[in-house]
Ligand binder design. Structure first.
Ligand code: C2E
Ligand code: MG
Ligand code: MG
Length: 243
């Protein structure tokens, strides 16, 4: 963080109904001078153990929101920016203040920001989660559950959480359309989400067959290598934002 070696990558998200761009997810990278590009799987859990995830998360929010606000002001209609929030940040209970500060400093409209919190992080301390999510929702921010289907959701709580979106975990998308269990799970998650008035996005969509299955199943949105890998900010600007 001090040496300025972190980077934001952006991965586009699309409507499955219209095929149009809806926004992007910010994914952090560490450009290490000796080791090259280090992926988040190598350092996020260490950052969580050491507590550095709070500073890292704050850096990601400031950098990504500042870029997004600039594109919005320039009339490029970038859609909604999704940012991952670690369970550690979420549990510390300071996330509301941090996000409020980021929105103040960057002048990003809260309607253009979505926070992704993993199912595990929400459900491991669900009473507190209800309050934190309500605070964030009151600020006008969108809320999504990441990696849905991997975290032992309590359905009784799910209906009380002020959410906008379920993100079907990529482990279930991988088996589509050949694996009967994955097909059944994805159908069930879409039905559950829609019955709770939530949008459903599938992550890790790599093939046309997977995309077609999701369209037929009524899934709302997709993200995956099929339509765009995570890429540097300048590439995203060039490839997906016109004029
Ligand atoms: P995630 O939030 O579930 O992000 C999705 C991951 O799937 C990303 O990995 C993305 O590059 C990858 N992915 C996207 N499309 C495809 C596809 O079609 N096929 C396959 N096989 N993979 C795909 P990435 O960038 O390595 O990030 C891994 C995880 O690290 C993220 O999972 C998220 O939990 C965490 N992470 C990334 N950036 C941040 C951050 O700024 N803050 C926090 N707290 N966590 C982050
Ligand atoms: Mg995510
Ligand atoms: Mg995920």
């Amino acid at each position: 963080i001090e040496r300025g070696e972190l980077l934001i990558y952006l991965q586009p998200q699309f409507s499955l109904k219209t095929g149009l761009l809806l926004g992007a997810e910010a994914l952090v990278r560490w450009q290490h001078p000796q080791q090259g590009m280090v992926m988040p799987a190598m350092f996020i859990s260490l950052a969580e153990e050491s507590g550095l995830i709070v500073a890292l998360g704050e850096w990601v929010q400031h950098a990504a929101c500042a870029q997004w606000a600039a594109w919005d002001v320039a009339g490029l209609s970038p859609g909604v920016l999704s940012i991952n929030v670690s369970g550690v940040e979420f549990r510390r209970g300071q996330i509301q203040g941090m996000v409020r500060n980021v929105l103040d400093v960057t002048h990003l409209s809260p309607a253009l920001l979505e926070l992704e919190i993993t199912e595990g992080a929400i459900m491991s301390q669900v009473e507190n989660s209800v309050q934190v999510l309500h605070d964030l929702r009151e600020m006008g921010i969108n809320l999504a559950i990441d990696d849905f289907g991997t975290g032992y959701s309590s359905l009784a709580y799910l209906k009380r959480l002020p959410l906008d979106k379920l993100k079907v975990d990529q482990s279930f998308v991988r088996g589509l359309p050949g694996d009967a269990e994955d097909c059944a799970i994805v159908h069930a998650v879409i039905a559950l989400g829609h019955s709770l008035q939530l949008k459903v996005i599938a992550e890790g969509v790599e093939t046309e067959k997977q995309r077609q299955f999701l369209v037929d199943a009524g899934c709302d949105e997709m993200q995956g290598y099929l339509r765009g890998r995570p890429m540097p900010v300048a590439d995203f600007r060039r490839e997906f934002l016109s004029n």
